[in-house]
Design a binder for this molecule. Structure first.
Ligand SMILES: Nc1ncnc2c1ncn2[C@@H]1O[C@H](COP(=O)(O)OP(=O)(O)OP(=O)(O)O)[C@@H](O)[C@H]1O
Ligand SMILES: [Mg+2]
Length: 360
């Protein structure tokens, strides 16, 4: 990851926010590394924007302290923080040209006119807006407005760029294009990026780490691989992509592996958490294989196919276990055809290290 001397390192300790009796954020502790690309991910109302506003200095926290490069900035007003902000819906100044919008943060900071001209021109080139300098925001497309917002937030070389759902107003193809541009801008500037999204695939694709929120609580923070492969709880497991959940009973821990009973079959989970007793076993569909038989000692469960959906490159099968758990797998089309021919009853198997053991 590129290192940038200006990129800020942020530490949030025990941050809480109450609106009257309502607790929007609770005891949030999080380190954001220099030059990191962090995604704040969670459902609507989980506190993502509230946390971003606290980072920006637009909202004072009710509890906790906020540090930037080791300095306590909790009580520092927004205009004295080195944070660039891209608001949801961009919040461009409608009566100002593209140029004037981008120049605004430099004017506020009373930079010399020559420097402003040069930096604005550089920024316009960098985000691909040459030829649009004198237009008003209303004369721009959605993607172009997005670029102006990014340029305005980056022009004063902020220590951290905060983005609230920056792509939600864009259609799918433009979204993909802007995501790639944001990744490039992150690499070029080396600045710390914190962006809010409720799109899990966007977070997995862009972020170096993901912080997952629900009901004002930070549930887990980790690299995309960590949160996807080792979710800390059921909410995180289900929020990130598809996952199959099976009851696993009488779980015991022995020699670094856990064993338990899943519909009368002994199942092993390796590299698992220390959960014991009656638990839940989660397995991503892509790690499950359809077979006509399972070896003894192998992780597997019998299920019946209830529906199949042809997806072009693969077929999605919906299955039901003997005790009524619904499962989904996506398999090559020829495998699906064989499975559907064989009386619809199949074995689903998976490697012991691909099981995720979670508290029920
Ligand atoms: N000024 C306020 N006064 C009262 N309640 C508020 C205020 N701002 C936010 N809330 C509440 O705090 C909770 C968290 O809001 P927040 O905007 O942080 O959610 P979010 O995760 O950004 O959601 P979304 O994905 O919908 O934007 C919500 O229940 C919201 O209604
Ligand atoms: Mg929000």
């Amino acid at each position: 990851m590129p290192k940038n001397a200006r990129a800020a390192e942020i530490k949030a300790i025990g941050i809480g926010k109450s609106f009257g009796h309502f607790r929007a954020l609770n005891d949030l502790t999080l380190d954001i590394g220099r030059g990191e690309f962090l995604a704040l991910l969670g459902p609507s109302g989980s506190g993502k924007t509230t946390f971003l506003m606290i980072l920006a200095g637009f909202l004072p926290p009710s509890d906790g302290r906020l540090f930037s490069d080791g300095v306590d900035i909790t009580d520092r007003p927004a205009e004295l923080r080195a944070a660039g902000m891209v608001f949801q819906g961009y919040a461009l100044f409608p009566h100002m040209s593209v140029e004037a919008n981008i120049a605004f943060p430099l004017k506020v900071r009373k930079r010399p006119a020559a420097e402003i001209r040069q930096r604005v021109a550089e920024m316009i080139a960098r985000v691909g807006l040459k030829g649009h300098e004198t237009k008003l925001p209303s004369q721009l497309s959605g993607g172009q407005q997005q670029r102006v917002a990014l340029a305005r937030a980056l022009v004063f070389e902020p220590g951290v760029l905060l983005l609230d759902e920056p792509f939600s107003a864009l259609d799918k193809s433009l979204r993909g294009q802007m995501q790639a541009e944001m990744k490039r801008l992150h690499q070029e500037t080396g600045t710390t990026f914190v962006f809010v999204t409720h799109d899990q695939s966007e977070a997995l694709a862009l972020a170096s780490r993901i912080a997952i929120f629900n009901h004002g609580e930070l549930l887990q923070v980790g690299t995309p691989e960590e949160v996807y492969d080792r979710p800390a709880n059921r909410f995180v497991a289900e929020f990130l992509g598809e996952i199959n959940m099976l009851p696993l009973n009488n779980v015991r821990q022995e020699n670094g592996a856990a064993t338990g009973l899943c519909e009368d079959r002994t199942i092993t989970v390796r590299g698992a958490t220390d959960v014991t007793g009656d638990a839940v076993l989660a397995v991503r569909p892509e790690y499950m294989t359809i077979r006509s038989e399972a070896e003894s000692g192998e992780n597997g469960i019998v299920a019946t196919t209830t529906a199949s959906t042809y997806l072009g490159a693969a077929t999605k099968l919906d299955l039901l276990t003997r005790q009524g758990t619904r499962l989904t797998v996506s398999v090559p089309n020829d495998v699906a055809a064989t499975a559907l021919r064989g009386g619809n009853s199949v074995w689903l198997t998976w490697p012991a290290e691909r099981g995720i053991l979670l508290a029920r």
